[in-house]
Write a protein that binds this ligand. Structure first.
Ligand SMILES: C[S@@+](CC[C@H](N)C(=O)[O-])C[C@H]1O[C@@H](n2cnc3c(N)ncnc32)[C@H](O)[C@@H]1O
Length: 355
């Protein structure tokens, strides 16, 4: 059923959002899918209008247990939200001095890896962070934190002149969920982001590269991010970022024409899309058929009013999921991005073999 559900991870993180796991709900055959979607359409008005908490968590009225959990969660996420407000500063342009400013040493510890390459730094505030691929440099004025890693005890430890083991520092960059839909989806409880160290990711709608830079941190030096953006203005910042991060290939092209950049892109493990266009599902399909491995992941951010500003968001999301299915992308998870973005959903699917 489409009733409110909060994933295990969301509970742990105390993040709200309305999560749906397609497999968990046993949506297997097309008839069941159609019935489910019809039910969503019928329910959309009442669900969208049902009990909404202050931060915009929508709770199906019949799910009392989930409702109280969501309200508790809503209070909990407030701290993470506040922490990001306070700590992740918004900056549009970064000069070299700022880029190289010394990372703040905070009394934080990085004790949880939410996904490979994505961590929570715990301290005065809990922050979402990625390990900085280029330590000593910020990309867009984001905060950095440097954390001591205790000296290893084995013989291959980093050593000083007296061969005593030395502690090392690891630098992380704070990832603000108010500025990145992927970060918002992760805090909302996505179970699989289909990217990890070594992955090849095709990123559609790269803008100036702020979120792309965190994806570059996640995939690390053995991975690659192919970042497609058609705006030349944003593209300039993207190219500049990529000169510092050599695992990013900037591509200034229209994502509707993947053949134009086929010489630059290899087969990928994941397509992330945030183009905010009415034909986004088709754009994702065109790129998936060209570049995505069978079994590869698709992570799509859907902004309801970019697709249809007259229909209820739930209805728009359901229709987009249907379009992704037509492109052989089997949906696995869906969640809303409140409280970070209004009327946005993130859908994760897996690319299927044809025929
Ligand atoms: C919502 S913004 C992306 C924000 C970015 N993902 C981030 O988190 O920083 C959408 C971007 O997609 C780009 N875009 C829209 N349609 C596109 C297309 N057909 N091909 C390439 N880029 C496109 C826009 O120029 C815009 O920069």
């Amino acid at each position: 059923m489409w009733a409110c559900g909060i994933s295990r991870l969301a509970r742990q993180l105390q993040a709200p959002g309305r999560a749906q796991n397609f497999d968990r709900h046993g949506i297997e055959d097309e008839a069941a899918i159609e019935e489910e979607e019809a039910e969503v359409d019928r329910a959309a008005g009442s669900v969208a209008g049902s009990a909404a908490t202050e931060a915009g968590v929508v709770v199906a009225a019949e799910d009392h247990e989930a409702a109280s959990a969501a309200i508790e969660v809503d209070e909990g996420v407030h701290e993470v939200v506040e922490a990001h407000h306070a700590v992740a500063e918004v900056a549009t342009e970064v000069d070299e001095e700022e880029r190289e400013a010394v990372a703040e040493v905070l009394a934080q510890r990085v004790d949880r890896e939410l996904h490979p390459g994505v961590f929570v730094a715990r301290g005065k505030e809990d922050l979402l962070v990625t390990k900085n691929l280029t330590p000593g440099e910020a990309v867009y004025g984001e905060k950095r934190i440097s954390i001591d890693t205790p000296a290893p005890v084995s013989g291959d430890a980093a050593t000083n002149g007296d061969s005593a083991p030395m502690a090392t520092k690891t630098e992380y960059r704070v990832w603000n969920p108010f500025r990145s839909k992927l970060a918002a989806g992760i805090l909302g409880g996505l179970e699989d982001i289909h990217m990890k160290p070594g992955s090849k990711v095709l990123y559609l709608g790269a803008a100036s590269g702020t979120s792309v830079s965190h994806v570059a941190d996640i995939v690390g030096p053995t991975g690659t991010v192919f970042a497609v953006e058609f705006s030349h203005r944003s593209g300039r910042d993207l190219i500049n970022m990529a000169t510092h991060r050599t695992n990013v290939i900037p591509i200034i092209e229209d994502a509707r024409h993947p053949l134009k950049y086929r010489m630059l892109v290899s087969m990928v493990d994941c397509i992330f899309a945030d183009v905010a266009q009415p034909d986004q599902a088709r754009i994702v399909g065109l790129n998936a058929h060209q570049f995505l491995k069978v079994g590869g992941g698709v992570v799509v951010s859907i902004k309801a009013n970019c697709i249809d500003s007259t229909a209820p968001p739930e209805q728009v999301f359901a229709r987009e999921v249907g379009k992704l299915r037509e492109e052989r992308i089997k949906p696995k998870e869906q969640l809303t991005l409140e409280p970070f973005e209004r009327d946005h959903a993130m859908v994760v699917g897996v690319y299927q073999r044809s025929g």
